[in-house]
Design a protein around this ligand. Structure first.
Ligand code: UD1
Ligand code: UDP
Length: 369
């Protein structure tokens, strides 16, 4: 270890650390808003996700600037991947000390960057702080909690996040309720979400479901994958299903018979614009994703989340989301198709397309101060 970074930060620069699919979507509006304020910034891509369909396509679809630094860390077990991220990010920040670092969400790249900053005494802001599933078997819950402990600024997306942080004894001066940058991105590109062309390309009929699955608890054991394939069979018995499959789940779900289920089109992951176009035209979405619970809430598409808990309860109280056991999926799909899962008229507070601007204003003030 080289020791604390030099005190003169590289040109007062804000450095965004991104690594996985959802990070790119959350960072885009913050980068844009900081650019509008002419704040110098750099983008560091850790390489946690590297397949073009999990990475490059988001840079194209969202008009993100090319990364200034690509660390190429790649895949590995949690220990190996996090260790490689720590080493690579420390080298980067020692070589070019940032004025502030911004980390996003709850992936291994998020925690690693926050931890490196804590050790190098670099101020770090966490976008999407305070979410809690209270399920420590989820790797993301560990990442969220530890990131929030070390981050200097905690940008919160929904009110319960503030409650959780206060209950954990966090100094209120560190907490900023700013709204949801993932929803900024969605609202910004809303006019580009057209189900027609992607349906035509994929040969999808007018009435269909979209499904995504990638959580370790659902796809990392043969037993869990078997339950999920049985649930998907119930879904496909009711309407055609498009399943853009994350690489994590592929092997186990296929071994559990996914490809033999009639009525499911298993396809490669989709880019952002095609994916949300498909979601916008869907009768129902079945998922274990975090971000998709939020996006369906704003698009007002019924969302059935195949998990026992969610760190995003606001999508249930203020949206279209319901948690469902795999064995109960069929009847819940029926309820969704009968229109019984419509959310309340009012969406979550501050999911208004301006979270990135609020975050940028606060960061710019901290840089000046
Ligand atoms: C990660 C995040 C998860 C997030 C998801 C978004 C952690 C602990 N998990 O899960 O919170 O919801 O990203 O999609 O950070 N792989 C490829 N190509 C790639 C990247 C990965 O084939 O470009 C395969 C590799 O076999 C790899 C596996 O997917 O081992 C898992 O990748 P990893 O980044 O460790 O976790 P995700 O499951 O993608
Ligand atoms: N997404 C996408 N293509 C897909 C599946 C998901 O563009 O094939 C987008 C989705 O709209 C959401 C984000 O990826 O914005 C969520 O990523 P993921 O579910 O992998 O991660 P999580 O949110 O669960 O951490």
């Amino acid at each position: 270890m080289t020791g604390p970074a030099a005190t003169t930060a590289t040109a007062g620069r804000v450095v965004h650390v991104v690594g996985a699919r959802p990070n790119f979507i959350k960072a885009a509006p913050v980068i844009d808003a900081l650019a509008a304020l002419e704040v110098p910034q750099w983008l560091v891509h850790t390489g946690q996700h590297y397949d073009p369909l999990l990475s490059d396509v988001f840079f194209r679809d969202l008009g993100l600037p090319a990364p200034d630094v690509s660390l190429g860390v790649g895949s590995g077990s949690h220990g190996h991947q996090t260790g490689a991220l720590l080493a690579a990010l420390e080298d980067e920040f020692v070589a070019r000390p940032p004025a502030w670092v911004v980390v996003y969400g709850d992936v291994n790249s998020t925690l690693a960057a926050a931890l490196v900053c804590a050790k190098l005494l670099i101020p770090v802001a966490h976008v999407e702080a305070g979410l809690r599933s209270f399920d420590v078997t989820m790797p993301e819950e560990v990442n969220r909690r530890l990131t929030d402990v070390v981050a200097d600024l905690l940008f919160v997306t929904s009110p319960e996040g503030v409650d959780h942080l206060r209950a954990e004894g966090v100094d209120p001066a560190r907490i900023e309720m700013v709204g949801n940058p993932m929803i900024d991105t969605l609202l910004r590109h809303l006019d580009r979400f057209d189900p027609g062309p992607v349906r035509e390309r994929l040969g999808v009929p007018e009435r269909y479901a979209v499904a995504t699955l990638h959580r370790p608890a659902n796809v990392d054991t043969p037993e869990a994958a078997g339950r999920l394939v049985a649930a998907l069979r119930e879904l496909a018995a009711r309407l055609p299903v498009v399943l853009p499959l994350h690489p994590r789940g592929r092997g186990r779900l296929e071994a559990a018979g996914l490809r033999e289920v009639a009525g499911i089109a298993v396809i490669e992951p989709l880019g952002y614009l095609e994916f949300l176009s498909l979601v916008r035209g869907a009768a129902v979405v079945v998922t274990d994703s975090g971000g998709i619970q939020e996006e369906t809430t704003v698009l007002r598409i019924p969302c059935l989340t195949l998990r026992p808990n969610t760190e995003r309860p606001v999508t249930i109280t203020h949206g279209t989301n319901r948690l469902v056991e795999p064995e109960a999926l069929g009847p819940m799909v029926d309820a969704a198709l009968r229109g019984e899962l419509a959310g309340p008229a009012e969406g979550p507070p501050l999911w208004d397309g301006h979270a990135g601007e609020r975050i940028a204003a606060i960061l710019a003030a901290r840089l000046r101060g």
